[in-house]
Design a protein around this ligand. Structure first.
Ligand SMILES: *Cc1c(COP(=O)(O)O)cnc(C)c1O
Length: 413
């Protein structure tokens, strides 16, 4: 048995370690093959350009696109910004209405808010307690002025997988551009831009065991050809869609990361799901009052998001130094805000700040999961004994605890 390394990394939705095979592929591009992919006059440039082309083809193949439809960016945040701003700008003469959801990543959410400031109208569709949107509500929200629908393929906090094909069909019928944030879906669940009728998709290298600071966007160039206005201008790289010297080393790593995903996409998610289910079953069989946030079956195989009632997640996490997990909440400086996503699925602030996100990955082992279950059971039991939330019950304020319990029951039915 391998010796376990601490801390155990269970935060793979935030980022993943670079796969050693990816790192090996990148190495020559730092010191020897350092050319600028836009240099046309010598072999340094050609070598870099051909490496970029190879990565572009690998990524295109993996999502069933044409290499010409893949553009490299600095990551999913930039890709999503480009999709929202670039498509809004290109189609504003047709209309200024955009439909999205209340549970998009902040890159999507914030760029849409910016568009509202610029005179666009955005409908943020609510989701149910598992994180799903209501397709009929989506259809009813469409107006003549709707130019873009942007719905993520899989959620980064609660792992909910959307039926993007269904949305793709609606968009295609009505002639509306469909963008999806596929950052968490890529490499974990099948993602095919033709089958799903996706017109634009954003993704990132560092969520799939590639380097940070590189990502891509797919933009459909036929049936229909999607128009997009560049948001970063300059040297005209990436067919004038995204200027700036290409991050050749990063792109090579990203390409290799996708190549590995394409090799392991059949079996890896099965193994990771096995570990995830073991973690879930281990915790829920030994602890009471643990609630699953999100859907049980339409869920990313590596995601688990749990509410441990009566335990404050920031206290929990600080007692859990040897296991790297995250709160379901966005930590802005030192103040802990309840997660926008957990709020959207109907959790109270108390439940939201008692939730923990586990993100499993390629390198987790069964020993690590067994250890995690054992430690979390110990810590939760310990914290609950001293919990001010739980002691409310004994100090005569039974009413409020009962109210909380009632709300929890309603949400988990
Ligand atoms: C991580 C993530 C992003 C942002 O990706 P970066 O490459 O870090 O900018 C966007 N959307 C989702 C769903 C993510 O998980």
């Amino acid at each position: 048995m391998n010796e376990m390394k601490f801390p155990i990394y269970l935060d793979n939705h935030a980022t993943t370690p670079v796969d050693p095979e990816v790192f090996e592929a990148m190495k020559p591009y730092f010191l020897e093959k350092f050319g600028n992919a836009s240099s046309k006059n010598h072999s340094f440039g050609w070598e870099a350009e051909s490496a970029v082309m190879h990565a572009r083809k690998t990524i295109a193949n993996f999502i069933n696109a044409n290499p010409k439809e893949i553009y490299f960016t600095s990551g999913a945040t930039e890709s999503i910004n480009l999709a929202h701003f670039g498509i809004a700008e290109a189609y504003s003469h047709k209309g200024k209405h955009i439909i999205s959801t209340a549970v998009e990543h902040s890159a999507g959410n914030d760029s849409l808010h910016k568009l509202e400031e610029r005179g666009f109208e955005v409908t943020y569709l609510p989701v149910n307690h598992e994180g799903f949107l209501d397709i009929n509500l989506l259809k009813d929200s469409i107006k003549d002025s709707t130019i873009l629908i942007s719905v993520m393929a899989a959620n980064n906090e609660i792992g909910t997988i959307n039926d993007i094909t269904e949305i793709g069909k609606i968009c295609r019928e009505r002639g509306i551009i469909f963008h999806t944030d596929a950052t968490q879906a890529l490499g974990k669940i099948p993602f095919d831009v033709q089958k799903s009728l996706v017109d634009a998709a954003s993704f990132s290298s560092h969520k799939i065991y590639g380097p940070k600071g590189v990502g891509g966007i797919y933009i459909r160039n036929r049936n229909p050809r999607v128009r997009i206005i560049a948001q970063i201008v300059g040297g005209g790289q990436e067919n004038n869609i995204r200027s700036g010297t290409l991050n050749v080393t990063g792109i090579v790593g990203f390409g290799k990361a996708v190549e590995i995903c394409s090799r392991v996409i059949e079996e890896e998610p099965v193994g990771i799901k096995f570990l995830r289910d073991k973690l879930y079953n281990g915790l829920t069989s030994q602890l009471d009052d643990v609630l699953l946030n999100g859907s049980i079956d339409q869920r990313l195989p590596n995601n688990l998001n749990l509410c441990f009632k009566y335990v404050r997640s920031e206290v929990f996490i600080s007692s859990l130094k040897e296991i790297a997990v995250s709160t379901g909440s966005a930590c802005s400086s030192s103040t802990l805000k309840p997660s926008r996503i957990l709020k959207a699925i109907g959790l109270t602030d108390e439940m939201s700040t008692s939730s923990i996100r586990f993100g499993l990955g390629r390198f987790n082992t069964i020993e690590e999961i067994d250890y995690t279950v054992k430690r979390i059971v110990e810590i939760v039991k310990h914290l609950r004994e001293a919990s001010p939330l739980k002691s409310v019950e004994s100090s005569g304020q039974k009413q409020s605890i009962e109210q909380i319990a009632k709300r929890i029951e309603q949400q988990s039915e």
